[in-house]
Design a binder for this molecule. Sequence first.
Ligand SMILES: [Zn+2]
Ligand SMILES: [Zn+2]
Length: 260
Amino acid sequence: MKIHFLGTCAGTEPMQGRHHSSFIIETNGAFYQFDAGESCAYTAFSTMGLDLLKTKALFISHPHIDHTGGLPHWIFTMTKLCWVRKLQERSFNVSVAVPELRLWECASELGTDMRRSNMAEYIVYDVNEVHDGTVYQDNNIKVEALHNLHMGVPADGIWRSFSYRIFCEGKTIVFSGDIKKLEDIATFLADGCDLFLCETGHNHPASIAEQLKAYPAPGMVGYIHNGRAFLNNYEESKARTQEFLGERFFIAEDAETREF
Ligand SMILES: [Zn+2]
Ligand SMILES: [Zn+2]
């Protein structure tokens, strides 16, 4: 499988050279996208030449803007690509998992020019709220969600921030989303994984690497959603992380593709 990193920075503050979080897992000719930070559709299609109409499913970890800001433009781009290719209305389905349905409704309003656009509805979006457990499964991939404490304990009892575990091509990937502490996803990590895609916006990579000693070692750790505290001290942060993980980690860059 390939992983295409569309955006690799946290939302703490605007940064030069990095866009907000988003990546695509490509397997068997199909795309599965996780989060939709600013410019994700532009980076995928215009910068990396990725055909977004291969998308089978989109998963949003939580409603913060650094994970959702690119959603209206993503919806717009998907529609335009269908229009350019002269596809029929309701040509295909895309599954969407969002922590709250209002998020998709807001993004759709913007992505369709406040629904005043006379654009045909080419794609049938199958939109569902995320819950703990299996949220998606097809012949290529299975995705499980686990709520985390990044947005605190909700007063209404409805969790809105999730981490994901992805089973694909016989491998297991854990995607942290944004987390409060590594302990939030202890149950995922305790089972071991081949790849751990971990945010560093709220947790320093060296601290994550040290805490990982409490769990079966992931085959590889990929740092995404990178924060200022880490990026401002890039070489030092990298060296400290190396003490724990050796060469078993990488720091993802925008518009980068990696094979697993
Ligand atoms: Zn974030
Ligand atoms: Zn967040």
